[in-house]
Write a protein that binds this ligand. Structure first.
Ligand code: DQA
Length: 152
């Protein structure tokens, strides 16, 4: 098994990218993002699985199933960022480093988006760079794994 396996989770409504609020999210589709992720994985010699769901329960199940299978998680929890203690508890529970990503800069938007239940249990946050938020998040996840491996 590759010693650097990363799970990417896309939360609710991200399957609508491309047609969803283009002024905020641009024209990039989820397929474009996943292709860029696959290219990044090839270039960096890592294994990446990308998963999208609109269901909070499925996100939690996927996080739980990462134990023993993945070394880091890159997650865009979408609207559940601002509501889900269960998602927060799942990330805490598995003990796998998670990088929180958002395409938009959530601090430039409605007040309710400024609160994240995930940010203080994540290793870090990348926001506001569209598709590049994912690639920067993956880069951070790789660095976290490498740091952990070299610490022994
Ligand atoms: C989002 C920001 C969230 O506030 C929103 O609910 C989303 C997408 C982003 O990627 O910018 O669905 O996570």
């Amino acid at each position: 098994m590759n010693s650097r396996r990363i799970l990417v989770i896309h939360g609710p409504n991200l399957n609508l990218l491309g047609i969803r609020e283009p002024k905020i999210y641009g024209k990039v589709t989820l397929d474009d993002i996943n292709k860029a992720i696959t290219t990044f994985a090839g270039e960096h010699g890592i294994d990446v699985e990308a998963f999208q769901t609109n269901s909070e329960a499925d996100m939690i199940d996927k996080i739980q199933s990462s134990i023993g299978n993945f070394h880091a998680i890159v997650i865009n929890p979408a609207a559940y960022t601002h509501t889900s203690i269960a998602l927060r508890d799942a990330i805490l529970g598995v003990g796998i480093p998670a990088v929180e990503v958002h395409m938009s800069n959530i601090h430039q938007r409605e007040d309710f988006r400024k609160r994240s239940y995930i940010s203080d249990v994540a290793a870090g946050q990348v926001i506001g760079f569209g598709l590049n938020s994912y690639l920067l998040g993956l880069r951070a996840a790789v660095a976290l794994i490498d740091e952990k491996n070299s610490a022994g």
